[in-house]
Design a protein around this ligand. Structure first.
Ligand code: NAP
Length: 510
């Protein structure tokens, strides 16, 4: 198909591919949610938009158009959305009057995304809509449909300079399939119009990481090899496959979590200071980190990676089945539900500093955190018996309670010189009164106003796949299975050994 070139859109204020474009407040928009009846839309996207509506951030003329094959009318769709909002919005935040206003934004179109001729009713929704109005196509569907949806949107004339497309993960299952999706999407949309979402980047603490690092003079000089001993990134889930066994069994934890969320977090921790927060400035720096990752392949995969799979156990005292007993899982499948990795970033700042990453399902607690462990003091002036010195540690908690904690040493009150580890604790919910907006709320607004800083650029995504692929290949080539771990623990014992071999322990607060 002939590549479609769009004129520079009005209404942005970034330099994108060498073009300077303007910023806008939340402007009038049409958001078309493909997969509007699905779990992602009903559980995350539409409740997030409700919150933005209720907080007065959406312009009156902003429309939301749900799209799916199910043949229901607008009233039927609204019933579905209302039920979802009542379920997924805190009762104290759901207000009938606000709901009435929110509901007025909705339209529903049933079409089959794969059949161009069924797009007519969607085209009708845009009859008379001015070309300068922002239009967002959110693809909350299988990635197998991404290419055909983009081509069909283009074929019926709905893609203009103000159009943006949001792509949900998984963007492929390896580098080749990811490139194929990006190529197909890229035949219709310019790169600046493509928003590859990783909702981890919308979390308050993740953005706070940027402020902590680059808004405070005191941290940046410490943020390097020589002062930092090692870094840990943990994204632990208590849930199992949550009815998505069919997808998960083909993906596994490396593709589902490491390739995107954990590597993105790693990039934000490890990148050099960008010159500004413009999209390309930040994404250029993230890309450099991905390109500096020391490859894990062949023998180093054996020594530097651990993969596990949960068996039956208990979470919060309740028995839960093992992975192979979950619905939708193929018998005797070797899918990993846990990954731990040791990696190095081969650049001046991080030379020799090990980074340990781990993620898994059915772990002891739902915890996401980044832990920077500082080196010990070079010389202790305190006598033996004074309690010993624990190394400083900076913990950035992403969930459950977002916050920042600094572990340091203090003198215990009283006679003598007894040392005691203490914590400086910043709890965001307590410090900044009120509800912390969810990640999707932030990111959906970013899409509407055209702020792609927190979305992945194509080269980043492909660099991440290129790094992960040899690990997948080495695992596939080996005949052994993932190590078993009991649900409700912190993963296989070999994960503990991975860090203990280097004289460390995982930071676990449960
Ligand atoms: P889902 O519950 O199965 O929903 C799929 C949606 O797509 C439904 O609305 C479905 O409606 C619609 N659909 C399917 N085929 C269609 C077609 N040919 N034409 C038009 N609409 C079609 O899936 P989901 O959990 O929402 O996930 C959607 C995508 O997001 C998946 O790729 C998933 O991996 C990804 N994702 C999901 C989550 C999550 O929390 N759920 C998180 C991150 C990423 P009809 O069947 O009526 O057409």
């Amino acid at each position: 198909m002939e590549r479609k070139l769009h004129p520079t859109p009005a209404g942005y204020n970034h330099t994108i591919a060498g073009r300077t474009v303007l910023a806008s407040p939340v402007c009038d928009f049409d958001m078309v949610v493909f997969g509007g009846t699905g779990d992602l839309a009903l559980r995350k996207l539409l409740p997030a938009l409700y919150y933005r509506h209720a907080e007065g951030q959406l312009p009156d003329a902003g429309r939301i158009i749900g799209v799916a094959r199910q043949q229901i009318d607008r009233a039927g769709y609204l019933q579905m959305v209302e039920q979802a909002c009542r379920t997924h919005i805190a009762p104290e935040d759901f207000d009938d009057h606000q709901w009435q206003g929110f509901a007025r934004r909705f339209q529903y179109v049933h079409l089959d995304a794969g059949e161009a001729e069924s797009y007519r009713p969607l085209v009708d929704c845009f009859e008379g809509v001015p070309e300068h109005r922002t239009r967002v196509f959110y693809l909350a569907t299988s990635p197998l449909l991404f290419g055909v949806i983009c081509h069909n949107l283009h074929g019926v004339g709905l893609v203009n300079a103000m159009a943006r497309v949001v792509l949900e993960k998984p963007l492929g299952h390896d580098l080749a399939s990811s490139c194929e999706i990006n190529d197909r999407v890229g035949e219709v949309f310019e790169e600046y119009q493509v928003y590859r979402i990783d909702h981890y980047l919308g979390k308050e603490t993740v953005q706070n990481l940027l402020v902590l690092r680059f808004g405070n003079a005191m941290f940046e000089p410490l943020w390097r090899s020589g002062l930092i001993d090692h870094v840990q990134i943990t994204v632990a889930e208590q849930v199992g496959v949550e009815g998505r066994g069919d997808y998960y069994d083909r993906a596994g934890a490396l593709r589902d979590m490491v390739q995107n969320h954990l590597l993105q977090l790693l990039c934000l921790v490890a990148m050099e200071p960008p010159t500004s927060l413009t999209p390309d400035a930040v994404r250029d720096e993230k890309l450099k980190v991905l390109r500096a990752l020391r490859p894990l392949a062949g023998e180093s995969v054996v020594t530097h990676t651990v993969r596990g799979q949960y068996r039956a156990g208990a979470i919060n005292g309740q028995p839960v089945p093992g992975y192979l007993e979950e619905p939708g899982i193929a018998p005797a499948r070797g899918t990993e539900t846990f990954v731990a990795l040791k990696l190095f970033i081969d650049n001046w700042r991080w030379g020799g500093v090990p980074f340990y990453l781990r993620t898994g399902k059915r772990l002891q607690s739902r915890t996401s955190e980044i832990v920077l462990n500082f080196k010990p003091v070079p010389h202790s002036i305190f006598q033996e018996g004074s309690g010993g010195l624990a190394d400083n540690r900076l913990v950035l908690r992403l969930q459950p309670e977002e916050g920042v904690k600094l572990d340091m040493m203090a003198k215990a009150p009283g006679p003598g010189m007894q040392l005691k580890p203490v914590h400086l604790n910043l709890d965001f919910a307590q410090t900044f009164q009120g509800r912390l907006p969810g990640a999707y709320e932030r990111l959906l607004i970013d899409v509407i106003v055209g702020r792609p800083t927190l979305f992945m650029r194509r080269d980043e995504l492909e660099a991440a796949w290129a790094w992960v692929e040899p690990i997948m290949a080495a695992w596939t080539a080996r005949s052994d299975s993932p190590k078993s771990y009991n649900a409700g623990t912190w993963g296989p014992t070999s994960s503990i050994a991975l860090v203990e071999r280097d004289g460390f322990t995982w930071h676990e607060e449960g």
